[in-house]
Design a protein around this ligand. Sequence first.
Ligand code: BES
Ligand code: ZN
Length: 443
Amino acid sequence: MTAELEDLFSFLRFPSISTDSRHAGDVRACADWLSAKLTGMGLTTQVHETPKHPVITARNAHVPGRRTVLIYGHYDVQPVDPLNLWTSDPFQPEIRDGKIWARGATDNKGQMMAHVLGVEKTLRENQDLPVNLIFLFEGEEEIGSPNLASFLLHHCDDLRCDVIAISDTGMVAPGVPTLGYGLRGITCCEAILRGPKGDLHSGLFGGAVANPAAAMARLVSSLHGLDGRVAIDGFYDQVRPLEDWERRMWSHVPGVSDMDYLQVTGSPGLFGEPGYSSAERTWARPTAEVNGIGGGYQGEGSKTVLPAEAFVKLSFRLVPDQNPKDIMEKVKNHLEWHCPAGVEIEVRSGHDGKPYITDPNSKYGLAAQAALRAAFDAEPVLIREGGSIPIVQTFRDILGADSLLLGLALSDAQIHAPNENFPVANFEAGIRMNQALLAELAK
Ligand code: BES
Ligand code: ZN
């Protein structure tokens, strides 16, 4: 195994699951390992405490007059359940069929290590970097980066940069270099419907008392019209329409046809807002999703119960120029207004993040395209992303810098799911791409 793969495997063995407090020690150990790696490369490295998981920064000796490039990544990962669906242990990486299998292999440890090792290789070859570099790695991306904005505010002088590079997004097909120029925003909430003071016998009380689970089903179905559009008042008010040039350009992007979406997801059918392709629906249109729903008996067989309460976890993906706080206000009004009679509702809002869009053909965008072209020996495609990296718009707000999204995540990488994987070829191309990127950004 190459030294590069050894490094990635060591990184992947830490179960740095940020949402699970039982893994706080593992997140910390992962941060310490990373910090030692960066120090070993000759970078000035700091581990910064936050109320939860540490932020790591590392930099070379900055030379006046050189471009300053900030590279961002996250070393935390999503939980692994359901564990029984994994072919191999999520924290014992393995290579099978030319792919690395482990939680975090793609999101984000594999892509992040490509940044680190691209820098290491350039340092080894030239004893120097062509740019002033700042690495910024956090351990809380998968829980909505709750402490990173305040970190940026406190350290904005040290983090001042010309441009930001991030590999934490998608690549439309193997061998097709992909530059992302947009991300959806997000806002999340949980709604709880409460009925009787405790669970009831459904024969003795059903029919006389409102059933919170049935009320929840009606409430959730009020979120969409039958045509698939979100039915919340004013939801689309600030939505910036898709540009004609984007629709034309995207119709030629490989790997993202409606047939591809059917094939990748294994779903028996597609469903979404009328008038848009699957790629357009996920990259440039806002949505309302149910992430979890529950209430009442979940066990084997039947139990004739009228549950005391029911819950739903919702998230809304947002596009320019929707504002997460404004949308959550509208969501709350909608849920309260549509709450069926006989139950009480509580809505708890969760984390959020703004949508992001930039010009893929700006000076730095063209440098990113050149680096992608060089690493993959193919013409890059330009896309927006359906996923969210909430800190990206915050980078622009606080640091005044735009982000280049050089995605290496394939659609079958199973990120956030069992059997996450990352092709060795993408890892190696990622290292080359980062070397090319430093050279291009220095020009
Ligand atoms: N790396 C993903 C986001 C992503 C993946 C964007 C693929 C584009 C293509 C990131 O780690 C992620 O999952 N973000 C969360 C953010 C949320 C927890 C605030 C998301 O999008 O659900
Ligand atoms: Zn990620």
